[in-house]
Design a protein around this ligand. Structure first.
Ligand code: ME8
Length: 650
């Protein structure tokens, strides 16, 4: 019997304002969309992924004026920052729409005209409190301030009274229809908490919406009445149809409209879950399946804002370690409906523990053993014993659940499933100790089986993480000797036994090098250069109590500095050669902004000697010195008394 084909999948992000450059919040929505697009393709669906930029309106007009250029020139300049960031993050939209494109402007004018002709748009007079920053009239329920003015509840800025002739959209006529739609389509707004919010807003009553401006020049002209421009939100929301071929490419439009999911931040829920479906009802177009309002990212528990200077620049993290750790962290850390908090400590901890330790080490250990014991070629293995069969079954079970979680947009849960399996494989290798089996030539078929199970598991893992970490998944795929793109795998066909016996494996390179937090923070301020980071907070001393036994795990020694040089290309790092009495080592320290290399030679200070070596800026560090850190400056406690080199510190 022929397999039932799966429906096409169309995912969108908001189109971002070009009044400013993108930050980690914009990256978050786009990464979710890209991951869903990649997953759905691998799950056998035809996919279209749309993103773009919102280029009209007062906000952009103001930013352009402030920079002394016209709005189009400004938009042309800023849009490049979005193109570049999506490329750097491996986000690959099928189309990038700009609202200044002809195809979009024509589509918006056409839809406006249709609604005007039907009477859903009519001309009148509007007087109300208007927030210039949010380009939005305040709702009636916003109370007057003591001084008789109103403040925008969303952005906290003062609103101004605007009175003008305007075209209205008959939103009030859609109140009941919207409520009926929410009731009959409980998945229309997700998560449920946002559906509740929207429903109660609509139940509170809807007034007709002013959708044109005479005060704003930078916008799409109203057809037949060019003194008016179309309100930026009416203009922008229609990108979701003009971007997929409305009135331009009927085959494309027929195939993908209505959208499967509009991904948005919770800040713009009302526009997408109330105004947008009402516009669509009015133009008799089908409604999207789902508006998913994801949570908000904060930085160190604070809202990111330019004035605080704590806006996270994704390039800082991409430069240091490529796009995949950031993609992984943002998707793994919180369910997409909830708010998240970004701290560098949390980020590096996750990268080191999940990526470098759990997955990276497994890949390198398993593949290195196959190379060393079998010249990189998987030989015919012995038959599966019960423990081997368990691994195969665990994979099959994990695949089923991970796919189901991805499919319901529970990306963090999909990753949890995959990582639980990685832990199982790590345990399987520890229990079966291939390095011991290797010592007995009679056990070679058994050794081959253990390593085959590990390699087959990794092949499956590579495919399942590909939507989230496409670059790293492809590397794993190639290490395993597979050809082509891992993203050509279809999950329906992904089997544990898919790894061919006799495959030649490639030499693995480190997938996720461990990151040293201290050196990373010393090197990267965390926010972009133009946006200085918050003053470091002094940590409270009573947090995180540890036992003496835990402290005793640290091996602290007196180190004597023999040589010190700058690390090329890293202005904050020094490479030091140290003597520990019994041996000499090399360490990398982020102290170059405080100490010149020659100031350290001959000095003695404390070094942690049993810390796992890390590669920092391409240089291996075999220990870490202790120093007090404040902003960019550090102070190393040197020994004044003459202590023996290598003496224990406790
Ligand atoms: O609102 N955490 O554009 P915009 C999570 N042009 N997501 C965040 C975020 C954060 N801290 N900051 C921003 C607009 N975002 C309109 C949209 S659509 C027809 C028009 C993300 O540039 C999130 O997706 O202000 C949010 O909804 C969007 O960026 C706002 O982008």
């Amino acid at each position: 019997m022929a397999k039932k084909s799966k429906p096409p999948f169309y995912v969108t992000t908001p189109i971002y304002y070009v009044n400013d450059v993108p930050h980690i919040g914009h990256a978050y929505t786009t990464i979710i969309a890209d991951t869903l697009a990649r997953f759905m393709k691998m799950n056998g669906r035809d996919v279209f992924f749309l993103t773009g930029t919102d280029e009209h309106g007062q906000k952009v007009e103001k930013a352009a004026t402030a920079h002394g250029v016209d709005p189009r020139a400004w938009a042309d300049k800023v849009v490049v920052r979005f193109f570049d960031l999506w490329k750097a993050l491996d986000c690959e939209p099928d189309f990038f729409i700009r609202t200044t494109m002809d195809i979009h402007e024509k589509g918006v004018q056409k839809l406006f005209k249709i609604l005007l002709d039907r009477g859903d748009i009519y001309k009148g007079e509007y007087k109300g409190w208007y927030c210039v920053s949010d380009e939005n009239f305040l709702t009636e329920d916003v109370a007057l301030d003591k001084d008789g003015t109103k403040t925008c509840p969303d952005c906290g800025r003062k609103a101004q009274v605007v009175s003008e002739e305007t075209y209205f959209f008959r939103l009030s006529a859609y109140q009941q229809k919207l409520l009926d739609h929410y009731r009959t389509h409980p998945q229309f707004v997700r998560p449920q908490s946002r559906m509740n919010e929207v429903t109660s807003f609509v139940r509170g009553g809807l007034k007709d919406l002013s959708i044109t401006r005479t005060t704003v020049k930078w916008g799409v002209p109203v057809p037949g009445d060019p003194a008016h421009t179309i309100y930026v939100w009416f203009d922008a929301l229609h990108n979701y149809v003009t971007g997929i071929g409305y009135d331009r490419d009927p085959a494309l439009f027929e195939k993908f409209w209505p959208a499967s999911v509009h991904l948005i931040g919770k800040d713009i829920l009302r526009f997408h879950a109330v105004f947008w479906p009402a516009f669509l009802m009015a133009s008799r177009l089908p409604l999207p399946e789902c508006v998913f309002g994801h949570g908000w990212w904060m930085k160190d528990e604070a809202k990111m804002s330019k004035s605080k200077g704590n806006v996270l620049d994704p390039y800082v993290l991409i430069r240091a370690m490529g796009p995949d750790p950031l993609r992984y962290f943002l998707l793994r850390e919180v369910p997409i409906g909830l708010d998240g908090n970004f701290s560098h400590e949390g980020f590096i901890h996750r990268v080191n523990s999940d990526l470098a330790n759990d997955l990276g080490n497994l890949v390198s250990r398993a593949l290195t053993m196959i190379r060393n014991y079998f010249q990189g070629k998987i030989p015919p293995p012995a038959a599966e014993n019960p423990a081997d069969a368990e691994i195969r079954k665990a994979f099959e079970e994990m695949k089923k659940w991970a796919v189901a979680q991805y499919d319901s947009y529970a990306l963090n849960k999909a990753l949890e499933e995959i990582w639980a399996f990685i832990t199982t494989v790590n345990k399987y290798l520890a229990d079966n100790a291939p390095w011991k089996l290797h010592k007995d030539p009679a056990l070679r078929p058994r050794l081959a089986r253990v390593l085959y199970q590990a390699a087959a598991s990794l092949r499956g893992v590579a495919a399942l993480i590909a939507p989230v970490m496409p670059g790293s998944a492809q590397k794993m795929w190639e290490f395993l000797g597979e050809s082509g793109s891992v993203q050509d795998v279809r999950f329906d066909d992904l089997a544990f036994a898919g790894l061919d016996i006799g495959h030649i494996l490639k030499e693995p390179t480190p997938l996720f090098p461990r990151v040293d937090l201290k050196a990373f923070l010393a090197e990267e301020p965390g926010t972009s250069k133009e946006q200085p980071m918050d003053e470091p907070k002094t940590p409270s001393v009573d947090q995180n109590i540890i036992t003496y036994d835990e402290f005793a795990k640290l091996e602290l020694r007196v180190a004597h500095v023999l040589e010190a040089v700058k690390v090329e290309g890293a202005k904050k790092l020094l490479k030091l050669k140290i003597d520990l009495g019994t041996e000499q080592r090399q360490i990398v320290a982020g102290v170059a902004e405080t100490y010149a290399p020659e100031q350290l030679v001959g000095k003695k200070f404390i070094v942690i000697v049993n810390l796992k070596p890390a590669v920092i800026r391409g240089v291996e560090s075999q220990g870490m010195l202790l120093a007090a850190v404040s902003g960019d400056k550090s102070a190393i406690p040197f020994f004044e008394a003459d202590v023996p080199t290598g003496a224990k510190v406790k």
